[in-house]
Design a protein around this ligand. Structure first.
Ligand code: PAF
Length: 285
């Protein structure tokens, strides 16, 4: 596996591969790999000839006061795990390599990104779409793989790629969970022992709400309200939102229009998000 820190080197390597007809897959990450990241790397390895993983904790998707400084990092371990997964190139630029000191251009999706997490993190998705635009321009992947756990991020990226004609296929990987149902996330590391024990009740609450919605005559607002109460009671946390949304992440009023139930939970100092796909019935998503 090649470890590359400069854009020029990545471009040269990809140009060489593409002239030989290789299909390139990209897995964008912020590092501190867990099984969720590794599963996305495997998807890319199956669908592409050459897999690039980017490792960059993107400062512009964090608001002041969020966890940019404390975001978990372990580059040596990441290197080792990516190598073991058969990744071909790990692109790990530093901040200077990605952003000019006076960078003043941003990419903003103005609809899908506005609800759910966009309410409390107004500049977050602008940071995500800007860094992905840059990564897509540097790596020029044929496909890029993202997890369904961050369902709003996935849908924002799909919208951006469609609207701006990026020649990249967006591939979605399933949410990977702990045996007790907690969705894997680098931020799970922040949970205290007691919070970790209670955290799976976010997913359980979403599953119960999805089942309740499938009942004939289910009343959406009531189902969401009782799910909110149950999740707060069982986790001891505070539900930031629990919403029924369509594929464009717009809130729906009727159970029959709902594609996903999505929620964010503040548990101590940790903010957890999760969702279930109510249409496929695949509650593990
Ligand atoms: O999901 C993430 O880890 C990040 O938002 C991403 C897509 C790598 C952009 O920084």
């Amino acid at each position: 596996m090649k470890l590359v820190k400069s854009k020029i080197e990545v471009r040269a390597e990809i140009a060489r591969l593409k002239s030989a007809g290789a299909r390139v897959g990209l897995v964008p990450t912020m590092g501190y790999f867990h099984e969720g990241h590794l599963s996305l790397m495997r998807i890319s390895r199956r669908q592409a000839d050459y897999t690039v993983v980017s490792l960059f904790v993107n400062p512009i998707q964090f608001a002041p006061g969020e966890d940019l400084e404390g975001y978990p990092r372990d580059p040596e371990r990441d290197l080792d795990l990516a190598r073991k997964e058969g990744v071909d190139l790990l692109f790990a630029p530093d901040k200077k390599e990605v952003y000019a000191p006076n960078a003043s251009t941003f990419i903003e999706e103005t609809s899908v990104s506005k609800g759910l997490c966009g309410q409390s993190r107004p500049d977050h998705f602008r940071g995500v779409t800007t860094v992905l635009t840059k990564l897509f321009n540097i790596v020029t992947p044929d496909l890029a793989v993202f997890g369904r756990k961050d369902i709003q991020q996935l849908m924002v990226i799909r919208r951006m790629v469609r609207d701006l004609d990026f020649p990249v296929e967006i591939v979605a990987g399933p949410t990977v969970r702990e045996p007790d149902g907690l969705a894997l996330s680098s931020r799970n590391l922040y949970l205290s022992k007691e919070e970790r024990r209670r955290a799976p009740d976010l997913y359980r609450g979403l599953q119960a709400a999805a089942r309740a919605l499938a009942e004939p005559g289910a009343e959406l607002a009531g189902v969401l309200e009782s799910a909110r109460r149950e999740i707060e009671r069982n986790t001891g946390g505070q539900v930031e939102y629990i919403s029924a949304v369509d594929n464009d992440m717009a809130e729906v009023k009727q159970a029959s229009d709902c594609s996903y139930l999505a929620a964010a939970l503040q548990l101590g100092s940790t903010r957890l998000i999760d969702n279930v796909d109510v249409n496929t019935g695949d509650l593990s998503n």
